[in-house]
Design a protein around this ligand. Structure first.
Ligand code: Z5A
Length: 212
């Protein structure tokens, strides 16, 4: 936790359909039961500008890969300054559905953009401000896709092929080995087992925070 940060910043990551939305609901219930003040938000999006960018990113027409990368970070710059940092400063916990790890995974892994460009943008937009905990819900691409397909038509990014999503998953796994803040949860098991693991990670974080 940085000096001016009082709350906790939790990000939830993974390929589509692994259960991020479902488990964010579980996290909200967990925090409510313990009287923790929190907000839930998402990327791309989370602010008026971010939601407009999200619409263009997911449902717009032709978006060049570099433009896509810059739009993700434009949304993030607004989000951090308008919503995330002020909430953390007030001592609230922030639960964010995707964050910069998704940019490494989708634009770096999936689109195969130069990772050093992502690092430069990360540095510009949030520097060393990082999540306290990143929950990576991991499952084979086929499992996530089958769950997501039940929802109907795919958006612009979801329409990519299996090889794209396997690169995305590989990049998430690679990053989870490189950063201590990650907790990898096997999302290819019944929901109650998934939530038992998430509950344990939350309890560990809360214990650390309460001891400060
Ligand atoms: N993106 C990017 O490219 N770069 C970036 O920097 C950022 C994002 C920040 C945003 O989509 C898109 O933006 C995303 C990456 C890109 N594109 N893709 N692909 P999003 O995050 O809003 O949507 P999503 O990733 O496609 O999420 P999703 O499809 O809504 O999936 P989910 O939230 O992980 O899953 P869910 O809705 O909770 O669950 C799906 C179904 O599975 C549902 O019926 C559940 O009841 C069921 N489920 C969940 N868990 C289980 C278990 N354990 N067993 C059985 N069934 C389960």
């Amino acid at each position: 936790m940085s000096a001016q940060q009082a709350g906790c910043f939790i990000t939830v990551e993974g390929i589509e359909g692994v259960g991020k939305s479902t488990n964010i609901q579980f996290i909200q219930d967990w925090l409510k039961e313990r009287g923790v003040s929190f907000i839930v938000t998402r990327e791309p999006g989370g602010t008026e500008l971010g939601e407009q960018l999200r619409e263009l990113l997911l449902h717009g027409g032709n978006v060049n890969d570099d433009a896509e990368l810059l739009m993700m970070f434009a949304s993030r710059a607004q989000h951090l300054n308008e919503k995330i940092k002020p909430a953390l400063k007030k001592g609230q916990w922030v639960i964010c559905d995707r964050f910069t790890d998704s940019t490494y995974a989708y634009q770096g892994g999936g689109r195969q953009l130069n990772v050093s460009h992502i690092e430069q943008l990360e540095n510009l937009v949030h520097g060393d401000m990082q999540p306290n905990l990143t929950l990576l819900l991991d499952a084979p691409v086929e499992v996530g896709r089958a769950r997501a397909a039940k929802r109907g038509a795919f958006d612009r990014i979801e329409a990519e092929d299996l090889a794209f999503f396997n690169r995305v998953r590989d990049m998430f796994i690679q990053r989870s080995a490189e950063h201590e803040r990650y907790c990898v949860v096997n999302a290819n098991q019944p929901l109650d087992a998934v939530q038992e693991s998430i509950g344990a990670a939350l309890a560990q974080l809360k214990e650390k925070v309460d001891a400060l």
